[in-house]
Ligand binder design. Structure first.
Ligand code: ADP
Length: 760
């Protein structure tokens, strides 16, 4: 039957889904068997009763497995039992196998090392034959290790550290080949250091696909400090019975020294021509960074317990020192990048615009000298500035729109075309992209780009065919690949990757920018609030003051009028004139107070925004200022209809009234005219134009200040100097703007808008 039309084919390994990661299905920690150079006893505590035993027990302890079951371990260890029990009770057995004692049994010429640990609720005793090679004295091992550690400490940089480490471990263990292997994020890896016998073919630089050391195997390597397989061709020895009689569960051998390895793994090693291995994990910050892998090609090789302990100790030291070595490599570069970041942030606090402070290539340092890249871009307020070599702006706009949907504050990839296909068009410029989003709410970014870096990857064998399928017996079976012939692959659409510290530097700059922006926003908000408070205070002061002043002023005025009438004909000319002056001054004072009141009203009263017919409104305003230019005839020009506008009717009428009054008033021409019109921009600009006296350039701002007049008190019919101030306030209440264009002696045009202008 064809495997693919099997009713449960989804759970089967088929030619279609086959992959070494199917090793997941092989429960590596429950093999039910051990390697043949030792024996295993599964013991229940606290009575120390043997529940399971490996089928080769007779060779080690002189009694077969089936005879041991249900008996106390005293039956095996005889007179050494009290000493053993004493140790088992005192030792910590939870963290993997510990050496308990070295025993000799009747019938066995060689000594046996006994190891114990607890796992899955049982005590696991492992008995391992002492290696045939003569023992190296333990003191020698100790001094060798100490010397190796001292030398390793002295190396500069990670590479020389690893080179020395593999060399020392090889001398130490006598293996043919020792390699340091580093994992990439995708689980693939490559050989970064190697020490080998001269005749052997080098593996240095070779890459291995992720499937070569599948996830469960990587997990197992991370669990123990050393895994030793003295003879790849061993015949597995089963436990008897297969399951624990009380729990009916297989034994969890995750930490066991003798655990039988996966057939995929031993097959793989056999195909590589390996006879014996020893593997130690390299850990960095709790993560599996890589492996030290020792291989023997010339024959089986059992490394004895003491040497293994020394190697294990060394791998601990390697893991501890390695992190420091790798960090030291990046330390100076990090210092440099941090210093540049500080300078950029300092510049930013002086020049808050992102484009001006970071988006200019001529300024040094800049984004490109901060993080090594060939191009960079600043995206802010809908505008893009670029530095160095970048994709075209139109492409950048689309990329930014896509990034905005990514929900990441720091985005880094060295294979942009793979995850964002339009980038294929500019991969030579930006196969790598690093982007820092300024704030989660905005689509503002800082970006860095790296060009395509075509890499030739040397694989050990074709990575696309990590396994073979054999269908010899009608069943699809996985077989590890047999060919490790050099396979070259050129990788395109990728750039040099962004290192972790480079990404952190980008994140630091992002953080600093958002703090600067936040500070500035808070500052502006505070100033606005203070300004608003001050305005409200001023308005209420003006209102109260003018209101309170009106009362006594009216009293003075009434009294003066009364005196004038009562003393009619009795006063001399000087007294009469003085009384007249008092009356004139009170009238002026009243005008001043009235305009103050009007000013404060314009600021305080709520606007009532509604659609207003502006032509009608101007009709009314013209009527309002009928008498404002004395007896002079003034031609009113209205070239086109003003249409409708949404505004406050009362305030807008005041605006027109004030402007038309002034236009008629400040005019010395024999034929005076005033033009009222609109320019159809967005928002619309209304204007009042005259052919009057004009306003000099240096007065054009001052005329809007309160009580400011720019000519003699009694010229042009006199005035208070508040009209334009009130007008400006009414315009600004509509969020509009008022300004004047003028030619001295020829005339002026006052423009205003009634809605905010949109800056583009
Ligand atoms: P007032 O008209 O009461 O003096 P305004 O605030 O309306 O006060 O105007 C301030 C000053 O601006 C005026 O005194 C005048 O000097 C000048 N001004 C205003 N409008 C015009 C205009 N259309 N042409 C020339 N000068 C003007």
């Amino acid at each position: 039957m064809n495997a693919s039309d099997h009713p449960r084919s989804s759970s089967l390994i088929t030619a279609k889904n086959v992959d070494l990661s199917n090793c997941d299905r092989e429960l590596v920690q429950f093999p039910g068997a051990i390697q043949s150079h030792g024996a295993m006893l599964i013991v229940d505590e606290p009575e120390y009763i043997i529940r399971q035993a490996s089928e080769n027990c007779a060779d080690f302890v002189g009694q077969p497995a089936e005879l041991l079951l249900g008996k106390s371990i005293a039956n095996v260890f005889g007179h050494s039992t009290p000493q053993m029990l004493d140790r088992l009770q005192r030792m910590s057995l939870e963290n993997g196998p510990v050496h308990v004692v070295r025993e000799s049994f009747a019938g066995s010429a060689r000594g046996i090392n006994i190891f114990a640990h607890r796992c899955g609720g049982v005590l696991i005793l492992e008995l391992e034959l002492v290696a045939t090679q003569p023992d190296a004295p333990t003191t020698r091992l100790y001094s060798d290790v100490r010397e190796a550690v001292a030398e390793l400490e002295k190396t500069r940089g990670l590479q020389s550290f690893l080179d020395l480490a593999v060399e020392r471990i090889r001398t130490f263990t006598g293996y043919d080949r020792v390699m340091a292997y580093k994992f990439a994020e995708d689980g693939s890896g490559h050989v970064v250091a190697e020490s080998k016998r001269a005749k052997l073919e080098p593996y240095l630089g070779l890459h291995y696909p992720a499937t070569d050391i599948p996830a469960p195997a990587r997990r197992m390597f991370g669990l123990s400090w050393l895994r030793h397989l003295p003879d790849v061709n061993y015949v597995p020895v089963r436990l008897y019975p297969e399951f624990h009689p009380a729990t009916h569960k297989p034994v969890d051998m995750s930490f066991a020294i003798l655990r039988s390895v996966s057939v995929m793994y031993s097959g793989y090693l056999k195909n590589m021509g390996v006879k014996s291995t020893m593997v130690m994990p390299l850990m960095k910050e709790g993560q599996l960074w890589g492996l030290i892998s020792a291989m023997h090609h010339s024959g089986p090789m059992q490394v004895q317990y003491e040497a293994r302990m020394a190697a294990e100790f060394l791998s601990h030291m390697l893991s501890l020192l390695m992190g420091a070595k790798e960090d030291a490599d990046g330390f100076n570069e990090r210092l440099r990048m941090t210093a540049v970041t500080d300078q950029l942030v300092e510049r930013l606090s002086r020049e808050p615009d992102l484009h001006d402070s970071l988006g200019i290539a001529d300024k040094s340092p800049n984004l490109l000298s901060q993080i090594p890249a060939t191009g960079a871009a600043v995206v802010a307020r809908g505008k893009i500035s670029t530095l160095g070599i970048t994709p075209p702006k139109r492409e950048l706009e689309s990329l930014v729109a896509w990034l905005a949907t990514q929900d990441q504050m720091i985005f880094a990839t060295n294979r942009l075309p793979e995850i964002y296909s339009p980038a294929a068009a500019y991969k030579s410029v930006a196969s790598g992209a690093l982007a820092a989003r300024i704030s989660p709410q905005s689509a503002d970014f800082l970006m860095w780009f790296r060009p395509e870096h075509i890499e030739i990857v040397k694989w050990a064998g074709d990575p696309k065919k990590p396994v073979k399928i054999s269908e010899t017996d009608g069943q699809v079976r996985l077989q590890p690949r047999t060919s490790f012939a050099l396979w070259k692959e050129s990788v395109t659409g990728r750039s040099e990757p962004w290192r972790k510290d480079e990404q952190e530097i980008a994140a630091n700059l992002r953080q600093a920018i958002s703090e600067v922006i936040l500070n500035r926003a808070q500052q502006i908000e505070r100033i606005n609030r203070e300004l608003q408070d001050a305005n409200v205070e001023l308005d209420s002061f003006a209102y109260v003051a003018s209101h309170d002043l009106k009362e006594p002023l009216r009293g003075v005025h009434l009294l003066a009028s009364f005196l004038k009438r009562a003393l009619e004909g009795k006063l001399n000319e000087q007294g009469r004139q003085q009384l007249e002056t008092i009356l004139k001054l009170t009238r002026r004072m009243d005008d001043l107070i009235e305009s103050l009141l009007q000013y404060s009203r314009t600021g305080r009263l709520e606007l009532k925004i509604e659609p207003v017919d502006m032509d009608e409104l101007v009709d009314e305003a013209i009527t309002d200022c009928r008498h404002s230019a004395g007896n002079h005839d003034v031609e009113i020009r209205r070239p086109r209809s003003l249409g409708m506008e949404k505004c406050d009717r009362v305030r807008t009428r005041e605006i027109f009234t004030n402007l038309i009054t002034n236009a008629k008033k400040y005019n010395d021409k024999p034929r005076r005219w005033v033009e009222i019109g609109v320019v159809n921009t967005t928002p619309r600009r209304y204007y009042v134009r005259d052919n009057g006296i004009g306003i000099s350039e240096d007065s054009r701002e001052r005329i809007f200040e309160i009580f400011r007049r720019i000519h003699g008190k009694d010229e042009f019919g006199g005035g208070i100097g508040a009209g334009l101030t009130i007008t400006r306030r009414a315009v600004e209440r509509h969020a509009g703007r008022i300004w004047v264009e003028s030619a001295l002696g020829k005339g002026s045009t006052f423009y205003f808008t009634l809605a905010p202008e949109v800056t583009t």
